[in-house]
Write a protein that binds this ligand. Structure first.
Ligand SMILES: Nc1nc2c(c(=O)[nH]1)N[C@H]1C(S)=C(S)[C@@H](COP(=O)(O)O)O[C@H]1N2
Ligand SMILES: [Mo]
Length: 424
């Protein structure tokens, strides 16, 4: 599998390890310049043909955020959706393998709590322990053997809006496009180590982490704090209690001081600001594994599918919707593909609405629970509107379909997304 990056001025950055906190390097300025031009309605013709975009200066304006979010959410990097912020796909171009924190999507049911790590503790309790509750301080967790792992976190509803815009189907929930996903390098303690030290019993079946953020009230009903059971087998497998993201302490919006990271699974499993974990010798339930995060609809049983686990196969271009391209100027199309199942094996790109397909070059070695960057050269030869498509195939042989099966809450949209652009 090709793992090296192409040479040339438009090559993506080759610095996964340094992508850390998202510095303002040349790549970032280039992306910001591009996005600013797009936001201002400036045609991208001149910019996109060359692969080099000059930085644009703009008058200083307060950087927007949301009431419940701590980090700035500039319009070049995010689309705001209720209490959430979606990453603009074009903001990923040139950033390297990892999503810098400054552009990592935020999904908050309520708002980001401010927590003091020195007084924070994690309480592990419940019928699935051999003894009583056990507390871990921040220092206790940091003293356990540390593991480091790159994994994406993706909202189960990522891509939901395409059920409506491509398939004409009604769905409920946040109308994400494809930006409710990010990949980061997580460092922390193994949940398995914590559970063993807490005295997990052989009879334990479910483990339920719960966040310290506010209680969630939906339609006047208090659902309690965010929590979702994990089967013991997954909890003991590859789940991390993370205290670092891309080499720095977790930022407040992403779960400081400690969040759960459940690789490959629906984002809601990766509980932020974790305060306690119930370990149970009987199956546990919460709104997030009963009414929510199951598939309902014509194709599913009346009580819904089993609770969702792994994320679906998806692909995205690092381009704004409606981007303009110069006629007969070569452009390197870039994007990313990922899956919570088998690793991505192949990505194909079409620039003519799906008539012809060609292979994209993979720029990363595909790994389970991670995404791969890809690139494909394009020389636009026909002026006018066209549709770009990218479709991935995983190592198990599954290919993203043209149409996917509907579910009422719009989870796990895995069909090929049609990306409209204009040439000339
Ligand atoms: N405590 C808590 N954990 C949470 C959430 C939340 O609102 N509160 N949102 C969940 C959802 S639905 C997703 S998709 C991910 C988003 O993680 P991020 O905001 O770090 O991108 O966090 C999950 N963990
Ligand atoms: Mo989510």
């Amino acid at each position: 599998m090709p793992a090296s990056l192409p040479a040339g001025p438009a090559a993506p950055g080759r610095h996964p390890a340094e992508a850390g906190a998202g510095g303002a390097g040349p790549d970032r300025r280039r992306v910001l310049g591009l996005a600013a031009a797009a936001g201002a309605g400036v045609p991208l013709t001149a910019l996109l043909g060359t692969g080099t975009v000059a930085a644009r200066t703009r008058p200083a304006a307060p950087v927007p955020t949301l009431p419940g979010v701590v980090k700035p959410l500039p319009a070049e990097l995010f689309t705001l959706r209720g209490t959430n912020a979606e990453t603009r796909s074009e903001a990923l171009r040139g950033t390297g393998h990892l999503t810098p924190v400054d552009r990592f999507f935020v999904r908050n049911h309520t708002s980001t709590p401010r927590i003091d790590a020195t007084t924070w503790k994690l309480t592990v309790w419940g019928s699935g322990l051999r003894g009583g509750p056990v507390d871990f301080s921040y220092a206790d967790l940091r003293a356990l053997p540390a593991v480091t792992r790159t994994a994406f976190i993706e909202c189960a509803g990522n891509g939901r809006s395409f059920f409506t815009s491509q398939q004409g189907q009604a769905v409920t929930g946040t109308a994400w496009t494809l930006g409710a996903v990010g990949a980061a390098r997580w460092r922390g303690a193994r949940l398995a180590d914590v559970l063993r030290r807490a005295g997990i019993s052989p009879d334990a079946v479910d483990v339920m982490p719960r966040g310290l953020d506010g209680e969630v009230v939906t339609d006047g009903v208090n659902q309690g704090r965010v929590r979702r059971p994990l089967p013991v087998a997954k909890a003991l497998d590859d789940v991390i209690l993370a205290y670092e993201m891309n080499g720095l302490p977790l930022p407040p919006d992403h779960g400081f001081p400690v969040r759960v990271v459940v690789p490959s699974w629906v984002g809601v499993a990766s509980v932020k600001w974790v305060g306690d974990i119930e370990v149970s010798d009987t199956p546990l339930a919460s709104p997030w594994n009963t009414g929510l995060y199951r598939l309902f609809g014509e194709a599913y049983p009346a009580g819904g599918s089993a609770p969702l686990t792994r994320q679906a196969l998806k692909s995205v271009f690092e381009l704004p919707a409606g981007a303009r391209f110069a006629l007969r100027r070569p452009y390197r199309l870039t994007g990313r593909s990922w899956s919570g199942g088998a690793p991505v094996r192949l990505v194909e790109v079409s620039t003519d609405g799906g008539e012809r397909w060609r292979r994209a070059r993979l720029l990363d070695v595909p790994r389970r629970g991670d995404w791969v960057r890809w690139a494909a050269e394009w020389l636009p030869r026909t002026a006018g509107p066209t549709t770009l498509l990218a479709r991935a195939t995983d190592a198990a042989g599954y290919t993203q379909p043209a149409v996917t099966v509907h579910n009422t809450q719009g989870y796990l949209f895995d069909a090929v997304v049609r990306h409209p652009v204009t040439v000339g």
